[in-house]
Design a protein around this ligand. Structure first.
Ligand code: SF4
Length: 1021
């Protein structure tokens, strides 16, 4: 491995030969290299007055005095982008600018691309006048003119803001030499800087003690780069690094010496197989590639290597950072992600949610997402005695039916609070929660309003930071970043719209990353290749070696085409330079390996399932290492598949596992007797899930099927069985439909989560409820007005009243916020009017002698003795009771239905599921004691229901069947048998719990004797 520290120490000694205290500035290509070198340089004695700087930092140090004397400063991060965008917008104004360019200026991504192009030009000392000179000969002259106008506008804006771009700083620095701000210079590894930087370095070379430590390696990798490099070195009058001697060595040495060297047909000599210094790995996808890398690192660390001696060098850190972070965490390996770890910063996430509420209407779902997921400093917002429970707030606000709007929050919380108060609980926590929630939402509304609709960067930023400080805990990192990036824009950039400001903040929050550790910690280094430039490691991994990823597809600059770049000057880079840059990157990565290099690639694109083509770089690396041509098929054969594969996310041997999950999976997969015994011992979930799986296949009911051992617990039995207590027709029908549903509903009190939402159309349930309200009010009015029985002659008058009642009831729905506005109710109102109008006509024509007499009649204490000493006491409401006086005094119950009748011939109890009408007959007998009950009926009183009626006679046979069904239901519940019978699931809210195989599973349990009596009910027609 190259001794870069030794070389650097030698140069420093040379420069200090005459002055031992000469301050030395070591110009490094990355801060990381500087941080690594600092403690190693003269490690025995320590060093004095040696600093490490990037080249732009050195240039500013030299230029600073003159710049400040002129009242100028360097352009801050992001301000250049804002200025260039403003300049481009102005430059696109002239009428001759083609439409496609005007549109391009508006597009995201245009600004950064434009800035890069202008920086390229500035780095080569080229300006707007050069572009204008070139324009007349171009097929797309207007593009070049737009670029020239933008460049000029950008320069003017920089001037006006008294800012200096990087090229201007280099030029100014070159005029300020020699400089008292620096002593001796050691230039480390820079061999192809842009021309203005090269000018500055050449001037430094002539004015200060100067030394150069060139980047190592053969020069034939990239001809254009090499040409510039030679010219640069000649200009500095320093020799190029000597070619490293070629001695037969390891595969790694051969690879490093001969990479990209061989021409087709040229023998490279000395054919050797790959030894252990070069390893090729082909994992199934990127995630598995990361896991295999972690496994190899773990093994190496197990053999004595320190994590800090390993690096993973990435062409595309954004693509690999997440899988590598996950794999290293699983393998318990400490890692230092130079470009940051892709971990979500909770404060950034919280602020994102908070800003998502700006300009909105306090939508409940969005407010609750903020309150339930962000780290909110509750105490400072609400005081230390406030009741706090985000999850309960979520439930309470949903139950209160809040959709959005401060008015709705206030009104609905007040209503819900009042209802709760009426229940008279002592020390009611929910009341305190309503109070704290309302205070919170009111404060949120006020604070959000503090973000102005218009203003400058400073106004928006100040308000955003105010929101951050008030609402988000531990937001220091986010605050610092927003201040650093957006702060300078207030001074230099034109005012944004609020949307543009928020979009920029969202962008910053989305890219907020964590960086934990440093180069000095003993951690595996994960870095972009350039980020680790100059560093060496004992083991280096280079993942992602597939075509189009490494090398990437080089694309020409669409704003300044390659031929235009070549016409403007030799310093401007083109697509060919970008292609060369890929080779140089790969060469730098492989040269960073001191003892072992692992080159890896994912065999499949796990998103599309397509096979990936190994990179040509990988092929050439293997050829260089082996000293001969290698066919693509042979390369695949040379690649180790790693321990995992598609369909096998674990190694074959448990000992090779990186974590417990892999070890357990491998242990189970070996199939050895007792290999996975520990899972049952240590983890209750595994045992329970195996028991569940077995129980599903047993023909008998088990506790997994809703078999509840009540163990003689009367209290539990009384809650679940209807006998001996008050019940309702709905409850016993639920139990009759499915005992398991009854257990979930009444036993576990499970409720479907209903998110309140803006209603644009009435659903069937709300339509039915509106219909019932209107019918009840209409018939009550008819009765009170003495208009019953209905007569045809009065229909016109009644219709008028019907219209008014429909309007009134619909208006109430709107006022309650159950639908957005009354206009949306027009179809439902029309349908209800015409349905009831038809019903009235039929009432007028009816000759059955029944006259509607009572409406929405409540009943209580309707006792049904079960014949075993128990009684069920029913309570409920009947829609309507009609009385007839001929042939004898009788009553019938009418229950309105707004759906369609689904009865088969001869059906009455529908297998025990339909009990309501029989219970209504009992209720009528109690309500109208001296009147004979004739029947209870469902009246499908809409055109859709064809005004059909389904009656249930109040006969002794029906009543006897009712009692038999109720007794069976009571006994089933009392025995603790709550099986999911799965024959009436259509409108059940618990389908997700029972799963799609519920019917097959229920079918297997049908033979259980404990279910026999219940299933016998299904035979009742
Ligand atoms: S989904 Fe079917 S089986 Fe399950 S609880 Fe509901 S009705 Fe019963």
């Amino acid at each position: 491995m190259r001794d870069i520290v030794g070389e650097l120490e030698a140069r420093v000694r040379e420069l200090r030969r005459e002055n031992a205290f000469l301050p030395i500035a070591v110009v490094v290509p990355s801060h990381l290299l500087g941080a690594w070198l600092a403690p190693r340089l003269f490690a025995d004695t320590g060093h004095l007055a040696v600093g490490f700087l990037l080249l732009p930092e050195l240039a500013w140090r030299v230029a600073e005095g003159r710049a400040l004397a002129q009242g100028r400063g360097p352009v801050p991060e992001n301000v250049d982008l804002a200025l260039v965008l403003a300049a481009a917008t102005d430059a696109a104004q002239p009428a001759e600018t083609p439409r496609y360019l005007k549109e391009a200026v508006e597009k995201a991504g245009f600004g950064p691309a434009l800035l890069r192009t202008l920086q390229d030009l500035g780095g080569c000392g080229l300006g707007p006048e050069d572009l204008e000179r070139l324009a007349p000969g171009s097929a797309d002259a207007e593009r070049l003119r737009l670029l020239a106008r933008t460049g000029r506008g950008f320069g003017e804006r920089l001037d006006k803001a008294r800012l200096l771009g990087r090229p201007a700083i280099y030029r100014l620095a070159a005029t300020a030499l020699p400089s008292p701000a620096v002593g001796g210079i050691v230039l480390l590894g820079f061999d192809d800087p842009p021309p203005v930087a090269a000018e500055f370095l050449a001037a430094l070379r002539g004015s200060h003690p100067f030394a150069f430590v060139p980047e190592a390696g053969p020069l034939a990798l990239a001809p254009r780069h090499d040409q510039r490099r030679r010219a640069f070195l000649e200009r500095l009058d320093v020799p190029a690094a000597a070619e490293e001697p070629r001695a037969p060595g390891s595969s790694l040495q051969r690879l490093q010496q001969r990479l990209f060297e061989r021409r087709p047909g040229t023998p490279t000599g000395g054919e050797t197989p790959l030894d252990a210094t070069v390893h090729v790995l082909a994992a199934a996808g990127e995630a598995m590639e990361a896991v295999e890398i972690a496994r190899l690192v773990q093994q190496a660390v197990g053999e004595g290597l320190r994590p800090g001696q390993v690096a993973v060098l990435l062409r595309d850190p954004a693509r690999y950072a997440a899988p590598l972070a996950s794999a290293f965490e699983r393998a318990a390996l400490p890692a230092f992600f130079v470009e940051g770890e892709p971990r979500v910063d909770p404060a950034a996430q919280g602020l994102g949610l908070l800003l998502g509420l700006v300009g909105r209407d306090l939508e409940r779902a969005a407010v609750m997402e903020l309150l339930t997921t962000a780290r909110v400093p509750w105490e400072s917002l609400l005081g230390k005695d406030a009741e706090i429970s985000p999850s309960r707030w979520d439930r309470l606000s949903a139950q209160a039916g809040i959709v959005s709007g401060l008015h709705a929050w206030r009104a609905r919380i007040a209503e819900a609070r009042k209802r709760r108060e009426e229940r008279g609980f002592a020390d009611d926590r929910d009341l305190r929660l309503y109070d704290s929630l309302l205070r919170l939402v009111e404060r949120l509304d006020r604070d959000l309003a503090a973000l102005p609709a218009e203003g400058g960067w400073d106004d928006f930023l100040g308000a955003t930071l105010g929101l951050l400080d008030a609402w988000i805990d531990r937001g220091r990192l986010v605050r610092e970043r927003l201040e650093r990036v957006l702060g300078p824009l207030g001074r230099f950039a034109p005012a944004p719209t609020r949307e543009a400001f928020l979009a920029r903040v969202r962008e910053l929050l989305a890219t907020q990353v964590y960086r934990e550790g440093s180069i000095e910690d003993d951690r595996v280094l994960v870095s972009s290749i350039d980020g680790a430039r100059g560093l060496s490691f004992r083991v280096v991994f280079v993942p992602g070696l597939v075509e189009r990823a490494f090398p990437t597809v080089a694309r020409p600059d669409p704003l300044l085409l390659d031929e235009e770049r070549e016409a403007l000057g030799p310093g401007l880079r083109t697509k060919r330079d970008a292609q060369e840059e890929e080779r140089l990157l790969f060469a730098r990565a492989v040269r960073a390996a001191g003892e072992r290099l692992v080159l890896s690639f994912p065999r499949f694109d796990t998103g599309s399932g397509r096979e990936r083509v190994p990179s040509s770089f990988l092929l050439q690396a293997v050829e260089a290492a082996m000293g001969r041509r290698v066919a693509a098929a042979e390369l695949l054969g040379l690649a180790s598949p790693g321990e995992t594969g598609l369909g096998r996310p674990h190694p074959r041997e448990p000992d090779a596992a990186i974590d417990r999950i892999e070890r357990d999976l491998a242990a189970v997969a070996t199939g050895g007797a007792g290999a996975a015994r520990h899972l049952l011992d240590a983890d209750g979930f595994v045992a329970a899930s195996i028991a569940l799986e077995r129980a599903a296949w047993e023909p008998r009911l088990t506790p997994f099927d809703g078999l509840v051992d009540l163990g003689g617990d009367e209290a539990a039995a009384s809650r679940l069985a209807p006998g001996g207590r008050r019940s309702s027709a709905t409850e016993v029908q639920t139990l009759a439909g499915c005992p398991y549903r009854h257990l979930l509903d009444r036993g576990f009190r499970l409720e479907p989560w209903e998110e309140p939402e803006r209603v644009f159309q009435l659903d069937a349930l709300s339509f039915g409820s509106l219909y019932h309200t209107v019918a009840q009010r209409l018939f009550t009015w008819l009765r009170d007005a003495g208009l019953l029985p209905v007569e045809r002659a009065r229909l016109a008058q009644i219709e008028e009243r019907l219209r008014a009642i429909v309007d009134e009831a619909a208006g109430e729905l709107v006022a309650e916020g159950k639908i957005l506005n009354e206009a949306l109710l027009a179809p439902a109102k029309g349908a209800i009017r015409s349905a009831l109008s038809e019903l009235l006509q039929r009432e007028a024509d009816a000759e059955d002698g029944f006259v509607p007499a009572a409406f929405e009649q409540r009943f209580e204490g309707v006792e049904v003795p079960l014949g075993d000493g128990r009684t069920i006491s029913f309570a409920g409401l009947i829609d309507r009771a009609d009385l007839a006086s001929r042939p004898k005094k009788s009553v019938r119950v009418v229950d309105y239905k707004t759906g369609k009748p689904q009865w088969k011939d001869g059906e009455q109890f529908r297998g025990g599921r339909e009990l309501q009408l029989a219970i209504y007959n009992r209720a009528a007998a109690k309500l109208f004691e001296k009147t004979a009950v004739s029947e209870a009926l469902y009246y499908y009183a809409t055109p859709g229901g064809r005004y059909a009626q389904k009656g249930c006679p109040a006969s002794p046979e029906v009543d006897e069947t009712l009692v038999r069904v109720l007794r069976t239901l009571d006994e089933t519940a009392r025995a603790g048998v709550f099986a999911p019978v799965a024959d009436s699931c259509d409108f059940c809210d618990f389908q997700a719990i029972c799963g799609r195989t519920r019917e097959a599973r229920a079918g297997r349990k049908k033979g259980d004797p404990r279910l026999a009596a219940f299933l016998k009910l299904r035979e009742i027609p």
